[in-house]
Design a protein around this ligand. Sequence first.
Ligand code: TXA
Ligand code: MG
Length: 345
Amino acid sequence: METACLHWQENEGPGGAIQTAAALLRDGGLVAFPTETVYGLGANALDAAACRRIFAAKGRPADNPLIVHIADMAQAETVCAAWPPEARLLAAKFWPGPLTLVLPRRRAVPPEVTGGLDTVGVRMPAHPLALALIRAAALPLAAPSANLSGKPSPTAAAHVWQDLRGRVPLILDGGPCPIGLESTVLDLTADGPVILRPGAVTAEDLAAALGRTVRTAGESAAGAGPKAPGMKYRHYAPEGRVVPLDPADPGRQIAERLRGVRPGERVALLASDETLAGLDAALRARIPVIYSLGSARLPAQGAARLFAGLRLADEQRAGLILVQAAEEIGLGAAFMNRLRKAALE
Ligand code: TXA
Ligand code: MG
């Protein structure tokens, strides 16, 4: 299959990339498109055959459900059967934005989308191209991250191209994704709200909005029940060993880790600008792949850059990938969740 990659500009008129993409989606085809979190691989969420194509293109296990993307509340009501008051409150406060709500599904949503569950994950993305595409297609779009299953989520069109070239007909290039980590997934069908996957809408944000504590489901594969199907799968684990470095004293830990490096083994270091600036020149000379996670004072920069850095380390065949950890608060909780998954052996 030939893959086209169309560039998109916000002032583009009808007949451009969005109309081409919308027509493909209405025909049951797949389109990769940017959102504020990561690139998604979209299909008509109400068309079971179209959604099966997503699983085939990604190599994704069939029981891992897809998130349905909508552009307005009327569309959201066509996929969710119930809107408890807390769901309405959170949608009003955080949509469009990086929050997926798990709610009871309507029958119109095929089991391919929900992994056979009675619930559906739904979100309104905060990206002008994603919203324009959903509106032009006039369809809710089922869209997982547009990576091959087992790779880090794509935060730029080039990442989608690396993974899915020849497997999907169209990639819309809307530039890099501003957030860079996948949305927060919040289950509202359990006894009290439960975060199934931390993201840029943090536990603190949700607790403040709801006026009660919001717990986060355990990360261990063993603990993943049917409520959190995606969590039982092995996530991105590169060829190299990923080792998180304590943010308190990364310089000392880098020196220690370099002592254990095997002859000929390439090392990658993903760290803050401050850490990189303070790195001893002799140490630095032993690390062929150095990648900035931005300023340590701006956790959003590290979040936006993590996946691209892991991809780079893999391309550079690093046998050891050292990544500066973040403090486990706010967005740092999402960053650490993804980093720990990448570090799982
Ligand atoms: O930011 C995002 O959420 C991106 C962009 C494209 O919107 N999408 C994304 O999709 O990350 P995906 O498929 O890579 O991750 C979806 C996660 C999985 O962990 C899945 O198990 C969970 O959401 N999920 C989806 N529907 C669910 C449901 N009904 N119940 C429980 N978990 C669900
Ligand atoms: Mg994914």
